[in-house]
Design a protein around this ligand. Structure first.
Ligand code: AMP
Length: 560
C-alpha cells in the first residue's frame, strides 16, 4: 500500500525560509575585534542571502549545479553563502583555509569552482593561487583587506588570456530585493548536491563528499535533538569549529531551524579573544576541537574569566582527554564528546550518559565517544571478516550507514561517484578507518585510527589510551603516542610529550605514573619531550609528521 502522506522535498531553501521568518529575530553575531561585534538578525541574514543568490545568478551568471566556493572565516557572510548557494540550486564548496596551497589548487580544480567568495584578510592566500585556477571566473571579496596581490594575479590572468573578474561583496548585493519571494528559487530534488567538502587527505588525494539537501535537512534535525546538541531559541552557540570543517558540524543549518543565535569568531580564534567573547556575549553552548579547549584552559589559568554561561560544549574531531573534561567540570562547563567525520556530515555519536545514573556512574559513559542516534547504524568489523559482538571488548574497524552518511566520493572517471574498497564495504557501508569497541548499550569507545594502531608482539596497544593517561599528569600539557618499529616486538609506542611551562616531571616519573594506570607491557620505553605536537589543518594531532620526524632522526629520544 502506498502511504497517503505528502512528499515535500527536504531542502535548504525550506530551512532558509523558516529561519528568516519564524526565527527572524534570532541573531548572527560576528566578532570584529573592536568594541562592538556586528549583529544581524536572521531576517536580515536571510534577506542578504536572497540578495546574494540574485547577484550570483544575474550578475555572475551562476546556473544549474555550478560550484561556488567560500574561503571565509566563520561570519555572517559565510552563513549567507550557506543558504544562498544551495537554495539557488548551486553547490556550496567550503575551502579549508589551512590547507597547503598545492592541495587547495587541486581541490578547486577538481570541484571546478566557478566563483570564490573570499574574506579580504585571506587575499594573500588566494591571490597567488589564482593563476593556477582556470575554472574560477569570479572572485567576490567580503570585508577589508590588502588587494595588491589580488590585482597582480588578475593582471597575470588577463595577460594569459584567462581573465577573472573581481567584485566587492557589499556592492554586488546592494540594492537587490531582500524579500524571500523576490527571488525565483528553483524546485529542487532533495537528493541533489547542496554542498561539498573535501576530506583533509592525509593519505592520497583529498576526497570530495557531496552532501544532499535531504542529508543536510535530516542531519540538522538530528543536531537539534535533545540527545544531540539539543539547542533552542533560548540559546546562543559559539561556533569555533570552522565552517569549512564539515559545515561547522552542521550548526549553521541546524540553528536556522530552531532559532539558536550564532556567535561567530571570524578570524579571532586565539584563546584571548575567545575568552573575551564568551565573557561578553555569554553564549550558552559552544563547539570546537579539543586543541581549542586546551588553549582556552591555559589562557584562563593566567587570566581568569567567567565562562559559566557556557553550560554545554560539544567537543569532537579527535578524542577528548578525560583530564580536560574534568578540568572544565570544575569550571561549571560540561564537555560532551561527539564523534564524526566529513563522510558522516559529521554527527555520528554523542556521549550523553543513560538516564538515572549518579555522577560517578555516568563518568565512564561521558568519556566514551558516545551513543548512535537512530539515523546512524553501526557495526564493528573484526579481523577475521565477521562482525564483532557489542560486548565492550571485541575491537575492530567501525562501519556505519545512514541517510547522512556518504555512500561514495565525488568525481571519479567521467565525474561518476567512486567507491574505493578500503572506504566502502561491498554492501555499501562506510568503512570509517576508526578502531574501537561498542558496549552492549550502544556506546562507542575508539582506541585508534586503523593506521595509528600500535601492534606490539601481536597485541594492540591503544595510542589514545596512553595519551589520555599521560595528559592526566599535572605537568603534561599535551601528549601524542605513535607506533615506531621495534626489532623484538614489531612495533612499540613512542611517547612525545609537551610539558607545561615550568614543569619538571622527568621520564622516569611519567613512566611510573603510567604504570599505575596502564598494563605494564604497554608502557612506552621511548620518550621525547617536544615543544609542540604537530597539528593537521583542522587542529588534530598529525601522527604522520611525528612518525616521519622519528624516522628522520629529528626527535631527541630517550630510552628507559
Ligand atoms: P574529519 O573528516 O577531518 O572530521 O576527521 C574524521 C576523523 O576524526 C574520524 O574518523 C576520527 O578518526 C576522528 N575523530 C572525530 N571525532 C572523534 C572523537 N570524538 N574521538 C576520536 N576521534 C575522533
Amino acid at each position: 500500500m502506498l502511504s497517503t502522506m505528502q512528499d515535500v522535498p527536504l531542502t535548504v531553501t525550506r530551512i532558509l525560509h523558516h529561519g528568516m521568518t519564524i526565527h527572524g529575530t534570532s541573531q548572527v553575531i560576528t566578532w570584529t575585534g573592536g568594541s562592538e561585534p556586528q549583529r544581524r538578525s536572521f531576517a536580515e541574514v536571510g534577506g542578504r542571502a536572497t540578495q546574494l543568490a540574485g547577484a550570483l545568478r544575474d550578475a555572475l551568471g551562476v546556473t544549474g549545479d555550478e560550484r561556488v566556493a567560500t574561503l571565509l572565516w566563520n561570519n555572517s557572510e559565510h552563513v549567507e553563502a550557506y543558504f544562498a548557494i544551495p537554495a539557488m540550486g548551486a553547490v556550496l564548496h567550503t575551502l579549508n583555509l589551512r590547507l597547503p596551497p598545492e592541495q587547495l589548487v587541486w581541490i578547486v580544480n577538481h570541484a571546478a569552482d566557478r566563483v570564490v567568495i573570499v574574506n579580504g584578510s585571506l587575499l594573500p592566500l588566494l591571490a597567488p593561487l589564482l593563476p593556477h585556477l582556470p575554472t574560477v571566473e569570479h572572485v567576490v571579496v567580503a570585508g577589508p583587506g590588502d588587494r595588491t596581490a589580488l590585482d597582480e594575479a588578475v593582471a597575470a590572468r588577463t595577460a594569459a588570456g584567462v581573465p577573472v573578474q573581481v567584485h566587492a561583496y557589499e556592492e554586488l548585493i546592494a540594492g537587490r530585493p531582500t524579500a524571500f519571494d523576490a527571488f525565483d528559487w528553483p524546485e529542487l530534488d532533495e537528493r541533489s548536491a547542496a554542498a561539498m567538502c573535501y576530506t583533509s587527505g592525509t593519505t592520497g588525494d583529498p576526497k570530495g563528499v557531496a552532501f544532499s539537501h535531504r542529508s543536510i535537512y535530516l542531519h540538522s534535525m538530528q543536531v537539534n535533538m535533545a540527545e544531540s546538541m539539543g539547542l533552542t531559541d533560548q540559546d546562543t552557540t559559539l561556533i569555533v569549529v570552522p565552517q569549512f570543517h564539515v559545515n561547522a558540524w552542521g550548526l549553521p543549518h541546524a540553528t536556522f531551524m530552531t532559532g539558536v543565535s550564532m556567535l561567530m569568531p571570524d578570524r579571532f580564534l586565539q584563546p584571548g579573544p575567545l575568552a573575551e567573547m564568551i565573557e561578553r556575549e555569554r553564549p550558552t553552548h559552544a563547539a570546537a576541537v579539543p586543541t581549542i579547549w586546551q588553549g582556552l584552559l591555559a589562557e584562563i589559568a593566567d587570566r581568569p574569566r567567567d565562562l559559566t554561561s557556557m553550560a554545554r560544549v560539544t567537543i569532537g574531531g579527535s578524542a577528548c582527554p578525560p583530564a580536560l573534561m574534568e578540568a572544565y567540570d570544575k569550571l561549571g562547563v560540561r564537555l560532551c564528546q561527539a564523534w564524526g567525520m566529513t563522510e558522516t556530515s559529521p554527527l555520528g555519536t554523542m556521549s550523553h550518559p543513560p538516564a538515572g545514573l549518579t555522577a560517578e556512574e555516568a563518568w565512564p559513559y561521558r568519556v566514551t565517544q558516545g551513543r548512535f542516534p537512530a539515523g546512524v547504524e553501526a557495526r564493528v568489523a573484526g579481523p577475521d571478516g565477521g562482525f564483532q559482538p557489542w560486548d565492550g571488548e571485541s575491537a575492530g574497524e567501525l562501519e556505519v550507514r545512514g541517510p547522512w552518511v556518504a555512500g561514495a566520493y565525488y568525481g571519479g572517471a567521467g565525474d561518476e561517484p567512486f567507491r574505493p574498497a578500503d572506504k566502502f564495504s561491498e554492501d555499501g557501508w562506510l568503512r570509517t578507518g576508526d578502531v574501537g569497541v561498542i558496549s552492549p548499550d550502544g556506546y562507542l569507545t575508539l582506541t585508534d585510527r586503523a593506521k595509528d594502531v600500535i601492534k606490539s608482539g601481536g597485541e594492540w596497544i591503544s595510542s589514545v589510551e596512553l595519551e589520555n593517561a599521560l595528559m592526566a599528569h599535572p605537568d603534561v600539557a599535551e601528549a601524542a603516542v605513535v607506533a615506531v618499529p621495534d626489532e623484538r616486538w614489531g612495533e612499540r609506542p613512542l611517547a612525545t610529550v609537551v610539558l607545561r611551562e615550568g614543569a619538571s616531571a622527568g621520564y622516569a616519573e611519567l613512566k611510573e605514573f603510567l604504570a599505575g594506570k596502564i598494563a605494564k607491557w604497554q608502557v612506552p620505553e621511548r620518550w621525547s619531550v617536544v615543544a609542540a605536537v604537530p597539528k593537521t589543518s583542522v587542529g588534530k594531532f598529525d601522527k604522520k609528521v611525528i612518525r616521519k620526524q622519528y624516522a628522520d632522526g629529528e626527535l631527541d629520544v630517550t630510552r628507559l
